[in-house]
Design a protein around this ligand. Structure first.
Ligand code: PMP
Length: 451
C-alpha cells in the first residue's frame, strides 16, 4: 500500500487534494485514495481537502453513497443538468441502434452540424468533430499554422487549452513542470483591477500583444495564432469591459496571424447574453473550438472554421478521428442542444446569473477581503485578497471558503494564478432556489472565514 506522503504533488493544482490532512479523513476515503494512487499512479488530482465520493447525479445535485445531496455549483460539463432524461434517452436509443464513424453517411451528423452552425456567425461555416477540447485546439493550431505558414502562438499567462504535447506547450497554467514551447509568447490576463478599467485595459492589452509579436519577430518567428478562452477561466475569470479583445485581434491580424476562440468553458449560452463568449466582444474568430458542455458528459468536441482556412489543409491532409463525431456522441450533442433551446437555458443563465452576481456582491460588500465580484451569466469569480487597499491575493482564505462550502455540501472551486478567485460555475438549469442555497451557505462561510 502506498504511503500517503507520495501524494503531495510538486506542481499543486488550485483546490487540489495534497494529502496534508489524509490521516483525519474517514477510513473509506483514505482507502480509496490509496488504491487510486496504487492503480492510477501519481498524475491525477482530486478536489478538496476532504475529497468527495459521489455515486449519482440529477439536475444540479450530486449524491453520495449515504444519499446526502451536494449542490453542484461547479460542473459545466453536465451543462443541461446531470443525467438529463432527454440526453439519457437519446444516447441509450442510439447506442442500441448504431454507433459508428464519419466514414459512413449518416443524416444525424448533418442535422446537428446545421444546428450548431446556426448558433454561430455565418463566417464560421465548416465544423470538424473531435472527442476532447484538447484535440479540438490541437487541430485548430495545426490548421492555423498550415494556413498562415507561421509557427508563433500568443496566449494569456494563466491560460489552459489542453493536454496534447503541442497544446500543453501553450497552456502556461500547467506550471513550470510543463515548459512553454519556443514559439510561444504570453501576454498578461485582461485583469482590469490591475491594469485599469475601460480604455486602460484595452490599451494595455494592445501594448502587450504588440510586444509579443515583436519578440516573436526578433526570433524570426511569425504569428500563427492568438488563442484565448473567451472568459479567461484559468486566468481568473475576466468578462469586462466587453470589447477588450478587439485591439488584440486587430494587432494579430495585422501581423498575419489568426484568432482562435476557445469556447470550451464559456460556450453554449453560459454567459447568458449569447451562445458564445466571443460574441460579448463584438468579434468573429477565424477558428472556434468547443467541448465540455457540448454532449452533457459524453465525449464530443469540435473545431469550427472559416472555410477558406480548410481549403488547402483539407485537400492535402486526410482527417479521420475514429471516435470524433461518432453516432452516439452526435446523438448526445443533438439532445443537449435541443434541451438548451427548448428550456431556454441561456435565458436562465442570464436571469439566475444576474441574481447571483447581485446577491454575492451584496453579501460580500461588508468584507474587506472581497475585492471584486465579476462575471457573466453562470460564470462568476470572486476575488479574495488580504484587504482592499493592499489588494494582495489571498489564496489560503479562498481555499478555506471552498473547503468550508464543501463541508456544507455546496461544491464550488477556485481559479487564477494565485488561486484566490472563487469559481462559481454551475450547470445551466441552476434555479433561483439553488442560488439561494448557495447564497445562504456563502454568507455563513464568509462570516466564519473572512474579516
Ligand atoms: N480549453 C479550455 C479553456 C479548457 O478549460 C479545457 C479543459 N479544462 C480544455 C481546453 C481541454 O478540454 P479537454 O479536457 O476536453 O481536453
Amino acid at each position: 500500500m502506498a504511503a500517503h506522503t507520495k501524494i503531495k504533488p510538486s506542481q499543486p493544482m488550485v483546490n487540489g487534494f495534497d494529502g496534508a490532512e489524509m490521516n483525519s479523513l474517514p477510513a473509506r476515503t483514505q482507502d480509496q485514495i490509496r488504491r487510486r494512487e496504487d492503480l492510477l499512479g501519481p498524475g491525477y488530482r482530486l478536489f478538496y481537502k476532504n475529497p468527495v465520493e459521489i455515486v449519482r447525479g440529477q439536475g444540479t445535485l450530486l449524491f453520495d453513497a449515504d444519499g446526502h445531496d451536494y449542490l453542484d455549483v461547479y460542473n459545466n460539463v453536465a451543462s443541461v443538468g446531470h443525467c438529463h432524461p432527454r440526453v439519457v434517452d437519446a444516447v441509450s436509443r442510439q447506442l442500441a441502434t448504431l454507433n459508428t464513424n464519419t466514414r459512413y453517411l449518416q443524416e444525424s451528423i448533418l442535422t446537428y452540424s446545421r444546428d450548431l452552425l446556426d448558433t454561430l456567425p455565418r463566417e464560421l461555416a465548416h465544423v470538424m468533430f473531435t472527442c476532447t477540447g484538447s484535440e479540438a485546439n490541437d487541430l485548430a493550431m495545426r490548421v492555423a499554422r498550415y494556413a498562415t505558414g507561421n509557427e508563433g502562438v500568443i496566449v494569456t499567462s494563466g491560460a489552459y487549452h489542453g493536454l496534447t504535447a503541442d497544446v500543453s506547450s501553450f497552456s502556461p497554467s500547467l506550471g513550470v513542470g510543463v515548459p512553454l514551447g519556443q514559439n510561444v509568447r504570453m501576454i498578461t490576463a485582461p485583469d482590469n483591477r490591475r491594469f485599469g478599467s475601460g480604455q486602460g485595459i484595452v490599451e494595455h492589452l494592445r501594448q502587450e500583444v504588440r510586444a509579443a509579436i515583436a519578440d516573436l519577430a526578433r526570433h524570426g518567428i511569425g504569428v500563427a495564432a492568438f488563442i484565448a478562452d473567451s472568459i479567461f477561466s484559468s486566468d481568473g475569470i475576466f468578462s469586462d469591459p466587453a470589447g477588450f479583445l478587439q485591439p488584440i485581434i486587430e494587432e494579430v491580424h495585422a501581423a498575419g496571424g489568426l484568432y482562435i476562440a476557445d469556447e470550451v468553458q464559456p460556450g453554449f449560452g453560459r454567459t447568458g447574453d449569447a451562445w458564445w463568449g466571443f460574441q460579448r466582444h463584438g468579434i468573429v474568430p477565424d477558428i472556434m473550438t468547443t467541448g465540455k458542455p457540448m454532449g452533457n458528459g459524453i465525449p464530443v468536441a469540435a473545431a469550427v472554421f472559416r472555410p477558406e482556412l480548410l481549403e488547402e489543409f483539407g485537400r492535402n491532409i486526410r482527417y479521420f478521428n475514429t471516435y470524433g463525431g461518432n453516432s452516439v456522441s452526435i446523438a448526445a450533442a443533438q439532445a443537449t442542444l435541443d434541451v438548451m433551446r427548448d428550456e431556454d437555458l441561456m435565458g436562465n443563465a442570464r436571469r439566475v446569473g444576474d441574481y447571483m452576481l447581485e446577491n454575492i456582491r451584496t453579501l460580500s460588500a461588508r468584507y474587506e477581503q472581497v475585492a471584486e465580484v465579476r462575471g457573466a451569466g453562470l460564470f462568476i469569480g470572486v476575488d479574495i485578497v488580504n484587504d482592499r487597499t493592499s489588494n494582495v491575493p489571498d489564496g489560503d482564505s479562498a481555499l478555506a471558503i471552498v473547503n468550508a462550502m464543501r463541508d456544507r455540501r455546496v461544491l464550488i472551486s477556485a481559479s487564477g494564478p494565485e488561486g484566490n478567485t472563487l469559481k462559481v460555475r454551475p450547470p445551466l438549469p441552476f434555479s433561483i432556489a439553488d442560488a439561494d442555497r448557495l447564497l445562504e451557505n456563502m454568507e455563513i462561510v464568509m462570516k466564519a472565514v473572512l474579516r
